[in-house]
Design a protein around this ligand. Structure first.
Ligand code: COA
Length: 316
């Protein structure tokens, strides 16, 4: 049987930091509110296109895996804030890398785009369609932010990370996944202005209006992620105490905490980066994974559980 091992990882964070105090200079908010409701202290704002962040994070991941860009067979780019809709984000990365042999596709499931991309790439490796893949999760969501809306502007930030998957006979890498979508709740998170539905309405491109039912999303996120985690544990006949580390979507510290409680997982086995990154949407899980590996929190042979939720309402 063929498995998809994660053999490389890399990230690229834009250098400009936007702190809670900075936000309070133009929004009716304060550090105490943001910290106590979300755990977020600061986030990054990109001055370059997403393709540049992705090129750096992917070159780092390829160097880590020892894989030549010319030998990459597949690029799956998970995001919803593309530089361009056509041509797609993945083909731009293929060009920058010189990865001429790589099939190149984008996957958009909002904040879960990285997990959906990882599962897609792993499936194509397991079935022998390709032998390796680059999977990217990255976003410049601040380009679409409504900076007058304090309910959302404090939550999000930019960033990008990549992993390399390679085929192996050893039972390692992605062992089980559960993906899902709760479309009944799709109207709770809508970025009006992102899409051709808004054409010919006199709107200025990038001027958005966020429909964002925070408390409803909060509840559904905890249920969606804890349900998906319980499902993969059952598939692998595991209990939560056998999991070495949880790497959750970094949207809100209270969501991370509530989901860990439902899984009976102590917080010292949960990776938290939301304080420094905010919610980077599809960048969130691979950025946290990169940090966890680099800081030594992830060791060879350990079992790691990744979890995410996002607009749609998708979860995995
Ligand atoms: N600063 C100060 N006050 C703020 C504020 C801000 N940045 N944003 C909202 N408020 C106010 C609200 O106007 C409201 O005031 P009111 O009671 O006078 O009307 C009050 O704070 C409480 O708002 P509420 O929405 O009930 O707060 P909450 O405890 O539910 O926290 C979120 C709000 C958004 C932090 C929380 O619901 C959340 O994180 N939800 C999940 C959203 C998410 O992560 N989505 C990502 C999807 S991938």
């Amino acid at each position: 049987m063929t498995y998809a091992a994660i053999t490389g990882w890399g990230k690229c964070m834009p250098p400009a930091v936007l702190t809670n105090a900075d936000l309070a200079t133009f929004l009716d908010t304060n550090d105490e509110w943001i910290t106590s409701r979300t755990g977020i202290k600061e986030r990054r704002i990109s001055h370059v296109p997403l393709s540049d962040l992705a090129y750096v994070s992917t070159m780092r991941a390829l160097a880590c895996a020892g894989l030549d860009p010319a030998d990459v067979e597949l690029i799956v780019f998970g995001c919803c804030s593309y530089d361009d809709q056509v041509p797609n984000q993945a083909s731009g990365l293929q060009a920058q890398l010189g990865a001429k042999k790589a099939a190149s596709m984008d996957v958009n499931t909002a904040c879960t785009s990285f997990l959906y991309s990882l599962s897609t790439a792993a499936a194509l490796i397991r079935t022998g369609v390709v032998k390796n893949a680059v999977v990217v999760g990255g976003e410049i969501i601040t380009a679409y932010m409504d900076w007058k809306n304090r309910g959302v502007a404090v939550l999000f930030g930019d960033g990008c990370a990549s992993v390399v998957l390679q085929a192996t006979d050893k039972e390692e890498g992605l062992l089980a996944e559960k993906l899902g979508c709760d479309s009944d709740a799709r109207s709770t998170l809508v970025v009006e202005g992102m899409g051709c539905r808004y054409a010919n309405q006199g709107r200025i491109l990038g001027h958005t209006n966020w429909i964002f039912e925070g408390p409803e999303i909060f509840k559904r996120a905890v249920l969606g992620m804890s349900g998906a985690c319980a499902d993969v544990l059952e598939k692998r006949h595991l209990t939560a105490d056998q999991i070495d580390l949880v790497i959750p979507h970094q949207a809100n510290l209270r969501i991370i905490d509530a989901t860990a409680k439902r899984l009976d997982m102590p917080m010292d086995r949960v990776i938290v980066t939301v304080d420094r990154h905010g919610n980077t949407s599809s960048g969130s899980v691979p950025l946290a994974l990169d940090e966890a590996v680099r800081s030594g929190r992830v060791q060879r042979g350990q079992l790691v559980l990744l979890e995410a939720f996002g607009g749609g309402f998708t979860w995995g």
